[in-house]
Design a protein around this ligand. Structure first.
Ligand code: F6R
Length: 263
């Protein structure tokens, strides 16, 4: 795992956007796995800026979102469909037909999940999977105890996730959808590269468990230790419970030095 620690949220978002920009410049038909939530908003903002000011071209990009609530319509103000349109899709030139988001209904969900997985495979697999992390270590909506080999399916959300999402639903837990459709941990692990983002002290314990703790279904993000190409980009606040901060910083600083000598 490569762990990149940045002083602030804005800088972590910039580093994450640069990783995606560099990959896109090398491969214009990049397949991106995308996350919602507060963490990737800065990343999307930076990518939109790169599109508007530097002409970064998304016209051949395909996207697959990790998850969507079940039981609210796609045009609900807090659906992930609405989130993606607002923060990213409406502001860049990805063709609408290239954007895939799990459906928000249980009707025919098994067939839908199979087709979602097949669409990822048919695209050639996800090149970069963007991930946030829950305070309980979830990725996507794979809550603790999710099978580390799980595929796209419906999951029941934990109390901790319902509480975290309540502010988006008028502050009441009762209004938060109780289930979500999510890519599985196994689906995520098939991405060629994973880009895990986290900001703030509220994520420090989850990051320490995911990066330095034992690999366990109790912390689904810990399975990323088994992924050959995971990059963790976090701010100082999210790094406060990591044991090897000095080492991660040393490795990254030297990589930057080396890269600057090569260019
Ligand atoms: C959302 C998702 C979730 C979030 C996680 C962190 O698509 O997959 O796993 O990444 O709940 O959410 P924030 O960023 O709001 O703290």
């Amino acid at each position: 795992m490569e762990v990149i620690i940045q002083p602030t949220y804005t800088q972590l978002a910039e580093v994450a956007a640069e990783i995606i920009r560099d990959a896109l410049l090398k491969k214009p038909n990049l397949a991106l796995g995308l996350a919602t939530g507060s963490t990737p908003i800065g990343l999307y903002k930076a990518l939109v800026r790169m599109h508007e000011t530097d002409g970064l071209d998304f016209s051949d990009v395909t996207t697959f979102n990790l998850d969507e609530y079940v039981g609210i319509p796609p045009n609900h103000p807090y659906s992930y469909h609405t989130f993606m349109a607002t923060h990213f899709f409406n502001a860049v030139n990805i063709p609408a037909e290239n954007c895939h988001i799990p459906q928000s209904t249980v009707v025919g969900h098994e067939e839908f999940c199979e087709k979602y997985e097949a669409a990822i495979v048919n695209t050639g697999g996800i090149d970069i999977q963007v991930l946030g992390i829950g305070k309980d270590g979830h990725i996507g909506f794979n809550e603790p105890s999710s099978s580390l080999g799980s595929r796209t399916r419906i999951k029941t959300l934990t109390q901790s996730t319902l509480e975290a999402n309540a502010p988006h639903f008028g502050g009441t837990i009762d209004a938060v959808p109780k289930m979500a459709i999510t890519m599985g941990v196994g689906t995520i692990m098939e991405a060629k590269q994973c880009l895990l983002l986290a900001s703030g002290t509220s994520k420090a314990e989850a990051i320490a468990n995911a990066v330095e703790g034992p690999i366990t279904a109790e912390v689904p993000a810990s399975v990323l230790q088994m992924h050959p190409r995971t990059v963790v980009v976090i701010d100082e606040a999210a790094a406060t419970q990591l044991k090897r901060v000095d080492y991660y910083k040393h490795v990254y600083a030297n990589k930057q030095k080396l890269l600057s000598q090569l260019s």
